[in-house]
Design a protein around this ligand. Structure first.
Ligand code: ZN
Length: 270
């Protein structure tokens, strides 16, 4: 599943091709994505100039002045730059044409989204309740500490709660807790401010690391299969049950929390 770093890399890859370009046409080959693609999208967008392409959580927001095109990659989606004449594959459901190139959405499982919102995109029902961006200055140990004083839930669950902080999926929650040396089952309210600060820094470092790993896929972005999928990354604990901890050699342990696998080092994370 595309996680926040993949979406951010996608945004960076698309930006030079889309920013300040005029939309010349829309092709919808399969309207039934997670939500139906709006029927009037071509009429709404044709001739509009894309002012900017931003990211909020895992949504890409194309500001067209009179409204915003909202894109989400769902479980299996990818966006890439193609020549509009390039023959589409069976999962290429949507094209956004900007003259001599088009952005093409490929989404085999069709959990992705192509939506239009006329008002402030931050008030769209899908975005209105989202928490802070983990790579922004707003995400601090102080925020984490203040939000968790009454929370009995395990810190891993809290990290993955998008109402507090967005875009931390299972992989990055596991990796961040290892970096901060915090046991994933720790009750959130038991973490002192200093530990919350370490955790916020660990989240940032983990995501920055993933962005750096994905940066190498940027140069391939316009190639036929150059869309960023999962980056080649070495994880500290994720998916490494039974293998030695990269820090101390103790076998990594796997438990299940809220139906998701959790990996941690029983020696480093107490
Ligand atoms: Zn260890």
């Amino acid at each position: 599943m595309p996680e926040l770093p993949e979406v951010e890399i996608t945004r960076r890859g698309l930006e030079p091709h889309l920013s300040r370009r005029t939309i010349t046409g829309i092709v919808v080959r399969h309207r039934a994505l997670r939500w139906p693609v709006p029927r009037d999208l071509d009429a709404l967008l044709k001739g509009e100039r894309i002012r900017s392409i931003r990211r909020r959580a895992k949504y890409l927001l194309l500001d067209c002045g009179k409204g915003t095109l909202i894109l989400h990659l769902g479980m299996s989606g990818s966006l890439r730059i193609v020549r509009p004449t390039e023959a589409p594959g069976p999962y290429d459901h949507f094209d956004l044409g900007v003259g001599d190139v088009a952005v093409r959405l490929r989404d085999p499982r069709r959990f992705g989204a192509v939506l239009w919102h006329a008002g402030d995109p931050e008030r769209h029902p899908l975005l209105a309740h989202l928490g802070v961006e983990p790579l922004s200055g707003a995400f601090t140990g102080g925020i984490l500490h203040a939000a968790t004083r009454a929370r009995r839930a395990a810190i891993k669950q809290i990290l993955m709660d998008h109402r507090l902080v967005v875009g931390i999926g299972n992989i990055y929650a596991n990796e961040s807790l290892f970096r901060a040396r915090i046991h994933p089952r720790t009750a959130a309210r038991r973490l002192a401010l200093g530990r919350c600060e370490q955790l916020a820094a660990a989240v940032r470092a983990t995501l920055e690391n993933a962005l750096a790993a994905g940066g190498s896929s940027l140069r391939d972005f316009v190639h036929a299969d150059g869309s960023p999928g999962s980056f080649q990354q070495q994880y500290f604990v994720y998916d490494r049950a039974g293998e030695p901890c990269r820090s101390c050699g103790t076998p990594v342990r796997r438990i299940v929390q809220a139906q998701r696998s959790t990996f941690y080092c029983p020696a480093c994370q107490r």
